[in-house]
Design a protein around this ligand. Structure first.
Ligand code: NAD
Length: 257
């Protein structure tokens, strides 16, 4: 219960990696503010689960994070946040000359600009308390590129850059800012890519999953959302008081090549 008394906001935490991180922080006693595009049933089930794990009443922040500067009043209304996890993200794949401009705009807006707005709004309260943890869920694609992912790779490289700037500006002030850079994690976002690969190549979903994994991730294993949750807890621990500005690959060797 190392995070008892702290409030954590995890964006995009109604599913996948964000939910894994929210669960792990709740298990440490943090009060959770969770967010994402959820049905009322999903919202209720996540709210109950996080409240039960943490012992503190969790709050659903029902916000579409692609709204840019319009997010600022809603962020101000949230109150102080001690642990900010910028996780919400989407993907679209296409060659750059065919990439739909509206998809470019929405990916940049959610995967990069939303993190700027949350940090911009929530940092002053962290400074006021002399302690804060900012964890940006970037990607192996924040460190290296792949074809057909122009917007995603640009946004994730941007997020790694933003992480470094915030870390430098906050150095020595009790607030750290780091990126987690996962390789493949089997979540709805990746399942979509597996299914579209199976359809395009006329192969089974199992074969497509196998091919997708081994093409990039030498370990041959998906990273799990539970492992990423434990990384977030570690970054909040005293062991990481002096860890800031890093981009930590959790990628089965993807970026070692
Ligand atoms: P996911 O699709 O399971 O979850 C995405 C979350 O973002 C959901 O809660 C969804 O409701 C929320 N979301 C989507 N649009 C939103 C919006 N406009 N406003 C607010 N919330 C919104 O995906 P995931 O795989 O868990 O991805 C989470 C993060 O991890 C993303 O930033 C992704 O780029 C990153 N990531 C994923 C992988 C992977 O292999 N799955 C690898 C590296 C990085």
């Amino acid at each position: 219960m190392a995070l008892r008394g702290k409030t954590a906001l995890v964006t995009g935490s109604t599913s996948g990696i964000g939910l894994g991180i929210a669960r792990a922080l709740a298990d440490q006693g943090a009060r959770l503010i969770f967010n994402g595009m959820a049905t009322p049933e999903q919202e209720e089930s996540v709210r109950l689960e996080l409240t039960e794990r943490s012992g503190e009443i969790s709050l659903y922040w029902n916000e579409d994070l692609t709204r840019g500067a319009q997010l600022l009043p809603a962020l101000a209304a949230l109150g102080p946040v001690d642990v900010l996890v910028n996780n919400a993200g989407i993907q679209h794949t296409a060659p750059v000359e065919e990439f739909p401009p509206e998809r470019w705009e929405s990916i940049l807006s959610l995967n990069l600009s939303a993190a700027f707005y949350t940090i911009h709004a929530l940092l002053p309260a962290m400074n006021g308390r002399g302690w804060g943890r900012i964890i940006n869920v970037a990607s192996a694609h924040g460190l290296v590129a792949s074809v057909h992912k122009a917007a995603y790779v640009a946004a994730k490289h941007g997020l790694v850059g933003l992480t470094k700037v915030v870390a430098l500006e906050q150095a020595g002030r009790g607030v750290t800012c780091n990126s987690l850079c996962p390789g493949w994690v089997l979540t709805p976002l990746v399942q979509q890519q597996i299914e579209s690969r199976a359809a395009q190549e006329d192969i089974s979903v199992e074969q497509a999953r196998h091919d997708l994994l081994l093409e990039k991730q030498p370990s041959g294993h998906f990273t799990t959302v539970e492992q990423l949750g434990q990384w977030a807890v570690f970054l909040c621990s005293p062991a990481c008081d002096n860890v800031t500005g890093t981009s930590l690959p959790v990628d089965g060797g993807w970026t070692a090549r």
